[in-house]
Write a protein that binds this ligand. Structure first.
Ligand code: IMP
Length: 194
């Protein structure tokens, strides 16, 4: 089965292709000639993941899955959530985003937060969603150089390292995205593998 992964991140694509095996042929957006920005206009992760997957299915006629991720901070009522990429403005600058979070939490004791990923899969016009999350806390300053986004200020529960201090393989195994992808892969392999 051909399946579009609504991403242009070749690394993410190859990693998943290796897990899925040759019953599934993953295609990137570029490979199907989709070079435009896919609309993400919803106010939930579920809504955005769904909108992206249906956009590709309806416009290009391919079975497809798309993901959307957010950092949900309890003391900020779940923000930045679906607006994580552009929390401090449209430049999508991770440094400014972290700065804004640290400022907002400066006098706040409850630092509990979670990363949450939602994946929408549309196959032959039927949608399934998969969710992965990891709980943790927001530190008071950045630690570590690896990863991206909010990694330097997020420490998962039960670990002494931030995501930015962890080996990438460890992060991928326990992360929100890793957990959502695992559910997607299990679904594909058990129900679509004939
Ligand atoms: P996306 O939906 O994967 O594009 O993620 C939206 C935003 O959430 C990113 O721009 C990052 O700011 C943040 N984010 C997503 N995944 C991670 C992660 O694994 N670590 C840190 N930040 C992340």
């Amino acid at each position: 089965m051909k399946l579009v992964f609504a991403t242009n991140n070749q690394h993410k694509l190859s990693e998943l292709q290796a897990i899925l095996g040759n019953k599934f042929q993953l295609l990137s957006l570029q490979e199907i000639g989709c070079n435009e920005e896919i609309p993400e206009e919803q106010d939930t992760l579920e809504g955005n993941a769904s909108q992206k997957a249906w956009y590709v299915f309806n416009k290009y006629g391919y079975n497809c899955f798309a993901d959307d991720t957010g950092l949900e901070i309890d003391a900020l009522g779940g923000k930045p959530g679906v607006y994580s990429a552009r929390y401090a403005g449209s430049s999508k600058d991770p440094e400014k985003n972290m700065e804004k979070v640290l400022k907002k939490l400066a006098k706040i004791k409850n630092r509990h937060a979670r990363f949450r990923t939602v994946i929408s899969l549309v196959i032959n016009g039927v949608e399934e969603q998969f969710e992965g999350e990891i709980e943790g806390e927001i530190l008071t300053e950045r630690r570590g150089e690896e990863g991206f986004g909010y990694d330097p200020i997020f420490m998962p529960t039960g670990y002494q390292d931030t995501f930015a201090e962890m080996d990438m393989n460890v992060k991928n195994r326990i992360s929100h995205r890793g957990r959502a992808v695992k559910k997607l892969v299990e679904f594909l392999i058990t129900t679509k593998n004939d």
